[in-house]
Design a protein around this ligand. Sequence first.
Ligand code: SF4
Length: 538
Amino acid sequence: MKVLLIGPHSRKEDAERSFMAPALGVIRLAGYLNAKGHEAEAFDPNLPMLTGAGESFEEALAKKEWDFIGFSVLEETLLKDFQNMYTARRQCPKATLIAGGIEAQFNYQTVLDKSPCEYVILSEGETALLDLVNGMPVHKIKGIVFKSNALPLSQELFNEATATINWEDNPYEEYWDYYLSKYNNKATAENIQEICTVRVFSRNRCPIGCKFCSSTNQITWGADAAVPVISATEDMLIHTIKRIMNAHPRVKTIYLTDDDFCINRRSVIRFCQKVVEEDFGDLSFMCFARASDLTDDMCAWMKKANFRRLNVGIESFSGKVLEEMNKRCDPVKNHAGLAMLKRHHIKAFTNIILTTPGTTLDDIQVTLDGAMQYVDDPNYHVGVTLAVKPLKGTEFNEQHCNFLSAVEPVEGTRYHIRRDDIVLCDDPQAREFQLRYWYTIDDAISEEIDRSDIRHAVASNLSLFKLRYAAFLVEEIRGRAGKPTALRDYQMLGLDEFGEKLEKMPYHERQTIDIPETTGGITHPSSSGGNKSVHGSF
Ligand code: SF4
């Protein structure tokens, strides 16, 4: 087999600053393959880059019809190595591309997801590379990682798989009884309706593409292809509901958990018409919706079908923030959708996310003001989330790196896992808001729960408190209270030394230097303490 092995490709300025030398890793591998009867060559792209002489990378690719092209990858050369891989893919479409080296081993998901390489060789590469080049079946090769893109379900397979859910054997009653026991026989009809719920889904993915959500990307990125939205038919949904009611007669609510059940207006109306025809008695329905998908005729039919609540992903009342999220909705539509639901006597659970990477205190204020219009109205529940969580598979995770993170041990092993809790704001004042909320909200809410005798602390009975607390922080940071940052809060954050210095600063300086910063980041205790804010999180 003809094998070309490429050394890590440094940036020119880095190569100029150091003493480059022949790439021994790929030279050794090429020597080993040649000794085993293959035709292998090593190529160092740094030398022609530095000297401007000799064979270029493109010429090396064109020299033979290579069967395999391997790339040695280091952390500092990753981007240029990726560019070389894409050049090789274009120039040598028939060659199998492979990566190895320290960065490829420890970051193989990035290599396999984002480069055209099909295999990553682990550790010393000689045996795995030889086995691969010799044609050994890949599942028998030791020390190799490969990714095989998923095959998305067709409509037929989706229907078949969905029909195989064994609704009859699911132990719903055990879950329901656990939550009912919290009420000590004092559960109201409303509590029972909320608890005795069965979740049903009918769609494979959401096509909207909000940057904080992975729903759009899971199946498409897994398949590395465009995947159509597939939905169960209305008849299938009705059949499923009948099975659930027969097997679990205590069920009071069917919760349609598709990320955006209302995206297809005609389908929703058809479903509601069938529910009305079937007459399921006091069975109620809940679902997710985007405000901009709601129409008056759809809401009227949903009311007739006994939809009692819609979970509406409002996220923000700031147009700028909604645009940053790629929510494809604006504040006017958010307000209009909520008003429409109230007109049709359908309750709305709205979720708001107070901060995104580009959020400022003004944006937070706009969203708090918007949310305050609904929080006292019994037709609405307002769930409050501090910030975007950089979930893997989301655009915010891909495009940002300033996260509040912590490291947690995997008990009983030598491993640790890094947990990214929130994306920090670019704006220093908004970032201070995030950190103060994150580190103080749990204690503040615990005190409130004790004071108010709240038994089951769901978002709906905590939201007013959260909004008021957030508004208090915004106001204090802005300095409306005449004292922008209270010393006691820095003491709570374990930042009392900074707080004391701050107290001595002139007032106008405090407005700009309100979070202790180190070069390139914020000093905060998250990663050392592993603290996780329950009420600051999703
Ligand atoms: S947040 Fe909702 S609308 Fe946006 S992509 Fe996710 S599921 Fe779709």
